[in-house]
Design a protein around this ligand. Structure first.
Ligand SMILES: [Zn+2]
Length: 316
């Protein structure tokens, strides 16, 4: 019997459970439960073909979709002090940070890149929910300040894709300070008359919703995204009332006037490019055109090179 259970049975089990397909060929949609073919999902921008559920995307995937020919430069972000509060809950903050860095190969939750989108120079920042829930800490604050400075330097619009569980509690007050700090960074863009566009993706909550995520000149969201300060479960438990269907989801907020549009991921690049182009063109027509000549001379000559001389003579 021992020989049977120890030697023969495992071999039979191995044979019967042998997998013909590798694990990563199919992905289950978390919304409708359909099994989706990996390559179909990739060509569909990670949107479920059955229920249109928009799965989460990382910064690199976003940049590849948005920038022309997938051509862009990721900017180096300033380093910040690591774990200034020496914080520890069930685990050390430094250990959590190390895990997140290994998992994503990124330094922190916000990545900033610049390049051409629809032919116009654009700076785009993407918050990665996979990095400690995309939480807003000193590094994310620093990234938004750097993105704003770059946009001002390049005179280009700034687009931020937000996705976060809120402020990074392991950095305490220092993370909360990033709320006014990022607000000032956005204000600088507005003073420079540059567009700031926010694309809210699932989920955008807490301190992020309470700061830069709601300050866009144009507020866009992906379908079905959860956008809130406190989550629906917390509110339900506090007020002890059932919340309406779709409460705090993108479509609900669009109806209530909190958003300008809800855009499917497949139309995102085209929509953003069109908005940026409209604004850039408007700016171009508003900029004073260099007049060919102050006053057309009698001979009708329009050679600009001669003009300064003519004007100098006139001044004499
Ligand atoms: Zn689905």
């Amino acid at each position: 019997m021992n020989w049977l259970t120890n030697k023969v049975l495992p071999k039979i089990r191995k044979l019967t459970t042998a997998k013909d397909t590798p694990d990563n060929l199919w992905i289950k949609c978390s919304e409708c439960g359909q099994m989706l073919f990996h390559s179909d999902l990739a060509t569909n921008y990670k949107v479920c073909g059955h229920c249109e559920h928009h799965m989460r995307l990382g910064p690199k995937e976003r940049f590849d979709i948005l920038f022309d020919d997938g051509d862009y430069d990721v900017i180096e972000l300033p380093d910040v002090q690591v774990d200034p509060l020496k914080f520890r809950d069930s685990r050390k903050y430094t250990d959590r940070l190390k895990d997140a860095r290994n998992k994503t190969s990124d330094k922190d939750a916000m990545i900033v890149a610049h390049g051409k989108m629809g032919g116009n120079g654009t700076v785009i920042g993407v918050q990665n929910f996979n990095f400690m829930g995309g939480s807003l800490g000193m590094a994310v604050g620093e990234a938004i300040v750097a993105a704003s400075k770059l946009a001002i330097l390049q005179k280009s619009p700034l687009i931020l894709f937000t996705s976060a569980g809120g402020a990074r509690m392991q950095e305490g007050i220092l993370s909360l300070m990033q709320m006014p700090r990022t607000t000032v960074a956005v204000q600088r863009l507005k003073e420079a008359k540059l567009p700031f566009i926010v694309v809210l993706t699932d989920p955008t909550t807490g301190g992020v919703t309470a700061s830069y995520a709601m300050l866009g000149d144009i507020q866009i969201s992906e379908p079905g995204a959860l956008i809130c300060f406190a989550g629906p479960r917390v509110i339900e438990e506090t007020i002890r009332e059932k919340l309406p269907e779709g409460f705090q989801r993108a479509e609900f907020l669009l109806e209530k006037g909190m958003l300008d549009m809800v855009v499917h991921r497949r139309d995102m690049k085209e929509t953003l490019s069109r908005i940026v182009d409209l604004i850039a063109n408007k700016k171009r027509t508003e900029e004073p055109v260099v007049e060919p000549s102050e006053e057309p001379d009698a001979a009708g000559e329009n050679l600009p090179a001669e003009q300064p001389d003519d004007q100098a003579k006139a001044a004499d």
